[in-house]
Design a protein around this ligand. Structure first.
Ligand code: ZN
Length: 317
């Protein structure tokens, strides 16, 4: 008997050939993520129509040759062929990151089958979109955060292995095996925990500084992430986010301090300006999005990147 599997010539998921294919897929998905980053925050815009890309400079529809990820940008030296308006380097960067994310997802999940490969790839893609939109506009698109909040419990129920080592799922597991219901419970607990902690942090920040410290987008993103990585994973992701976010926050204040000091020096204010410069730098450096660091934490935990997780002081694992 000839089975269907023998007829379809498709490389095994673990093979290098498939890895190359999946990485190239990531390059093209990166192109699509650019569209999402560009259109998600715009009210009423759809990522599907218009389906072809236009140059914002001359409104000309781009040919397939101008739409090749990274390649077109390099060949055209970052300019539109029609009006030579410059094309932002963000476009090829997101495409490269898309390829990198798909490669990493394949390395991690290629041996675990299609379900995990697709899950990891799609979640990383969503985190990339959230990161870039948040950096640019200080908001996280609902398509990613609320979309993730709907998807996480469904995925957890259909793929109980996702939470096979979860704290809540383990307690509810019947006969030692985590089933769909136990996995769903872990997902909901992770969502509640992620949203609850970020809401609490935002409330504490508002009380302490009188200013909006945490956007509601962060709360929704962490709820979605918590649903995918469970209770323990949520604690780990938050540790990574707080550490990375604080590090970048301090560096950002130092950068502003250097800028303000340089300006003072040009004006001939030498020593007594230092304290004033630090105050100014702290005000200027305060506005940093937190979403990208949450996304980093969620991504690392989802992929189970052990080298990083082992560094966490309260890893619980
Ligand atoms: Zn143009």
């Amino acid at each position: 008997m000839i089975s269907l599997g023998n007829l379809i010539v498709f490389p095994a998921l673990e093979s290098t050939g498939f890895g190359v294919f999946w990485t190239v897929m990531g390059l093209f998905v990166g192109s699509f993520l650019n569209v999402c980053i560009h259109r998600f925050p715009v009210e009423g815009a759809s990522v599907w129509s218009p389906s072809r890309s236009h140059c914002p400079g001359c409104d000309r529809q781009l040919t397939w040759r101008e739409n090749l990820p990274v390649m077109s940008w390099l060949l055209q030296r970052g300019r539109c062929l029609g009006c030579s308006a410059s094309i932002h380097w963000r476009y090829p960067l997101v495409e490269l990151i898309g390829a990198g994310a798909f490669y990493v997802a394949w390395r991690v999940a290629g041996g675990q089958g299609w379900a995990f490969l697709l899950l990891d790839s799609v979640v990383l893609a969503g985190l990339i979109v959230a990161t870039f939109v948040d950096f640019e506009r200080y908001e996280i698109p609902d398509q990613v955060s609320i979309g993730g909040m709907w998807a996480a419990p469904v995925v957890a129920f259909l793929l109980p292995v996702l939470h096979s080592s979860g704290l809540v799922a383990g307690a509810l597991a019947s006969g030692g095996e985590v089933d769909g219901v136990a996995s769903l419970a872990e997902s909901l607990a992770g969502m509640a925990l992620g949203a609850g902690i970020l809401y609490g942090l935002g409330w504490a920040g508002r009380m302490a500084s009188g200013a909006e410290a945490m956007g509601f987008g962060d709360v929704k993103l962490m709820a979605a992430g918590g649903g995918l990585i469970g209770v323990e994973g949520t604690f780990q992701a938050l540790q990574i986010a707080v550490f990375a976010g604080s590090l970048v926050g301090v560096l950002n204040i130092l950068r502003w301090y250097a800028v303000v000091r340089a300006r003072q020096r040009r004006r001939g204010l030498r020593l007594r300006g230092a304290a004033q410069a630090l105050r100014t730098a702290r005000v200027l450096g305060r506005y940093l999005p937190f979403g990208p660091y949450l996304a980093l934490g969620i991504g690392i935990v989802l992929l189970g990147w052990k080298d990083v997780l082992d560094l966490l002081p309260f890893g619980l694992g």
